[in-house]
Ligand binder design. Sequence first.
Ligand code: F6P
Length: 372
Amino acid sequence: MPQHIGILTSGGDTPGLNAAIRGIGKAAIRTHGMTVVGFRDGFKGLMQNRHVPLNASALSGILTQGGTILGTSREKPHKMLVGGKKRDMTDAILENIEAHHLDALICLGGGGTQKNALHLHKNGAPVITLPKTIDKDVWGTDATFGFDTALGIATEAIDRLHSTAHSHHRIVVVELMGHNAGWLALGAGLAGGADVILLPEIPYDAEAIAETVKTRRAGGSTFSIVAVSEGARSVEDHAALETARAAVERADGDERKAAKAELRALESTMDDCTSRLSRRLEELTGLEARVTILGHVQRGGTPSAQDRLLATRLGTTAARLAAEGTTGVMVAMVNGRAVPVPLEEVAGKRATVPLDHPWIATARNLGLGLGD
Ligand code: F6P
């Protein structure tokens, strides 16, 4: 009897998703004699049983394509928007896994997907996950596909901002994605030669940044590039967020709901942090400043060679693990090898930049400002 596997992509799209789908599918069909089905738009499509056969022709020609041929969504199995309400659709999902006789459901996603997959696994589903995200914040793996492509795009953007900042003698504040991890801003800031790099891991002081800019100006450099991660916060905002998060942790029941609402309200007042920082730097330095928010361009387009390679290695390993009957794991890249890591160890954790990471030491050795 041939084995059957299903594939879905969940969370934000990422370059390399199609390379991973292709890697899983080709290895599953050619090497392990399996049949492969794809589910549309993440867990929502699985719940609605919207599926497509992933045969040799569907898998052909997709290696270089950005996005995901399956479509994606951020819907969670246990809190899915159905008929205008959030409902627990775990049972409907389990029924569809059963109806397709899946020996493994391979879920391609970031931190949220690892949690959702673990939830399904605990409810009896044979899941395997792959780590994809431009944020590089999935626990238990040295690499996530999408990061290298985004790093290249963000670095090129910083390169290009140099000539305009230089010509106008301006501060250019460039905001990079990364959610609550600073990998992308730190990597692109270093590779692109930013003068200041601001990370969620290091709360910043606008006056310290202004000092870096003024020191540069005193040394004859009349422009500065400030690379800021979208999750970076000032010392004051960081402290307010910590207090609000602690209140959520302490509370129960209705009080917890209220504390969560307060936290969300506080977070939304910080949506324009980058613009506020830019205006503050103008006040403190007397220089003109401009903001560039790179946004989704960082996730778009064809994957880098590195991401294709990573996604293909993780994908083919996932197919092998499925053939062997290993489930409840994420396929991680550890010390250059694609290996299974129990989902229990991965889910619910976030890999932020350790303060003693060599990239931070490199930035300090270069004399860059980190806002502290
Ligand atoms: O997790 C990937 C990511 O691109 C983050 O860097 C960013 O915060 C978020 O997704 C944006 O999400 P959306 O595409 O839903 O706006």
